[in-house]
Design a protein around this ligand. Structure first.
Ligand code: SOE
Length: 405
C-alpha cells in the first residue's frame, strides 16, 4: 500500500510533457507501493484560462499563473518543471533553494553553464535532504532497464559498439509551423537536445560507460516556417498557408556524430578499451514516428531495441549456435523491471508507463532520503556531450573532404 503521507506536487507547464507527467503522478501510487502519496496540488501556467482548463482536464487541485508564487506556497513539497529549456535553470534553482524537491524535464538546461549552476544547487540542496532528478524517461522503459541489467550481469561481455538513433518525422513537411522546439533561445538546440539527449543518456546508462569525445555534423534542412497556428507539443495546428507570416528556424534539424566511450562498466569494473559509438537524431526521418533505437555489441552478445516495438528486447547470445540469431525477449514477465506491477504476462506497456516509473523511482528515493537517478550531475554530463557535439560540428576543419567532392 502507498503511504498516506502526502507529497504535494506543483507542476509548471501543461503541454505534451505536462500531460504525460500528470498521468504519471495520478497512476504511480495506484500501481506501486510508494513511501509518499503524490498529490496533484497545483498547476502553473501563464495563461489563466488555459491553465484552469488544463487543471480541470489533467486533475490538478488549484492553479497559479506565476511559478514564483507556486514556489512560495507552503503546501507544495516538489516542483515538476515541464517547460521549455530556457526556463529550467531559474525555476529549478529557486525551487531547490526554497527547499522543494525538483523533477526537471530533459535536457537539463540550454547550456553547460546553466546546467553547472543547477547541479551545484542540487548538490547543496541534497545535503539538506532536498532531492532532484532529470526526466530522462526512456531509462524506465522495461526493455531498456532489462538491457542495462544484462550488460551489468556480463551477458554481453566487454562492449565494443554502441549504435543509437532517434528518428521522428513530424517536421518533414516544410510547412509544419514554428514551435518553441525550433527556436534556439527557447530550446537550446533542435533534434540534438530534444531527442539526441535521450539517446546519449540511454547509451551511457545501458552500457555504464560515459562518452569522452565526439566528431559531429549538424544540418538544418528548413530555415523558416509559418508562424501561424496554435502550437501544442509535437506539432502545430491552424493556418499554415503560403502567405502566413514565417519565422526563422535557429536550431539543427538533424544531428549525426561518432563517439568514443570511457570503457567503464555498469559495475564500475571496466578496464577494456572504451566502446565506439554512432549517433543520429532527426525529426525528418519520413515514416519513422518515434523510433528511439539502441543496439549494443559486445564480445559475448548483442542487444537491440526500437521504441516503436517497445515491449521487445532483441538479444543475440554468442554462446548459442550461430544460426540461433537474435532472440526476441517479450519484456512482460513479472521478473522484468517494473512490469510485475501492471498486467499479466504478454499484455504490454506504452509510452506513458516510462513516466509513471520515473515517478515511482523519484518518490521511492525521496522517501528513502537517497539521491534519485539520473541526478542533475548525471544530466550535466549529458549537457557536456551536447555542447561537445555542437562545438565539433562548428569546427568545419575537422571535416575531411573527399577528394574531388
Ligand atoms: C519531441 O520530439 C518529443 O516530445 C521529445 O521532446 C520527448 O522528450 C520525447 O519523449 C518524445 O518526443
Amino acid at each position: 500500500m502507498t503511504s498516506t503521507t502526502p507529497l504535494r506536487v506543483g507542476m509548471v507547464g501543461y503541454a505534451f510533457m505536462g500531460a504525460a507527467h500528470s498521468h504519471a503522478w495520478r497512476t504511480a501510487p495506484r500501481f506501486f507501493d510508494l513511501p509518499l502519496d503524490p498529490q496533484l496540488t497545483a498547476l502553473c501556467g501563464r495563461n489563466d484560462d488555459g491553465v484552469r482548463a488544463a487543471a480541470a482536464k489533467l486533475g490538478w487541485g488549484s492553479v497559479e499563473t506565476d511559478w514564483r508564487r507556486l514556489i512560495e506556497r507552503d503546501d507544495i513539497d516538489l516542483i515538476d518543471i515541464c517547460t521549455p529549456g530556457n526556463t529550467h535553470a531559474e525555476i529549478a534553482i529557486a525551487a531547490l533553494e526554497a527547499g522543494k524537491h525538483v523533477l526537471c524535464e530533459k535536457p537539463l538546461a540550454n547550456s553547460v553553464a546553466e546546467a553547472e549552476r543547477m547541479a551545484e544547487a542540487a548538490r547543496a540542496a541534497a545535503e539538506r535532504g532536498v532531492f532532484s532528478m532529470c526526466g530522462f524517461s526512456y531509462r524506465r522503459t522495461p526493455a531498456l532497464a532489462l538491457a542495462r541489467r544484462m550488460v551489468a550481469e556480463g551477458r554481453l561481455g566487454q562492449i565494443r559498439h554502441v549504435r543509437a538513433q532517434y528518428l521522428q518525422d513530424w517536421l518533414s513537411d516544410e510547412n509544419a509551423p514554428m514551435t518553441w522546439r525550433l527556436d534556439k533561445a527557447m530550446s537550446g538546440s533542435g533534434s540534438l537536445g530534444d531527442i539526441g539527449a535521450h539517446s546519449i543518456d540511454a547509451a551511457q546508462w545501458v552500457t555504464g560507460q560515459n562518452i569522452t569525445g565526439v566528431s559531429a555534423l549538424l544540418e538544418t534542412f528548413v530555415h523558416e516556417r509559418p508562424l501561424a497556428g496554435d502550437l501544442v507539443g509535437l506539432g502545430g495546428h491552424g493556418d499554415t498557408g503560403a502567405d502566413a507570416p514565417r519565422g526563422m528556424v535557429t536550431v539543427d534539424d538533424a544531428a549525426v556524430f561518432s563517439a568514443r566511450f570511457d570503457g567503464g562498466t555498469a559495475d564500475g569494473a571496466g578496464s577494456f578499451p572504451g566502446a565506439v559509438g554512432v549517433f543520429e537524431a532527426t525529426r525528418f526521418a519520413l515514416g519513422r514516428k518515434n523510433a528511439m533505437r539502441l543496439e549494443v555489441n559486445g564480445t559475448l552478445g548483442s542487444i537491440a531495441f526500437d521504441f516503436e516495438d517497445m515491449n521487445v528486447l532483441s538479444f543475440y547470445d554468442a554462446a548459442e549456435s550461430p544460426d540461433a540469431g537474435f532472440r526476441r525477449i517479450f519484456v512482460t514477465e513479472p521478473e522484468h523491471p517494473y512490469v510485475g506491477n501492471w498486467w499479466p504476462t504478454g499484455h504490454g506497456l506504452g509510452y506513458e508507463h516510462g513516466f509513471t516509473h520515473q515517478v515511482v523511482d523519484l518518490v521511492t528515493a525521496i522517501g528513502a532520503g537517497t539521491q534519485p537517478s539520473p541526478s542533475f550531475a548525471d544530466a550535466l554530463q549529458v549537457q557536456r556531450v551536447l555542447e561537445a557535439v555542437e562545438a565539433s560540428a562548428m569546427e568545419e576543419s575537422r571535416w575531411t573532404k573527399v577528394e574531388g567532392a
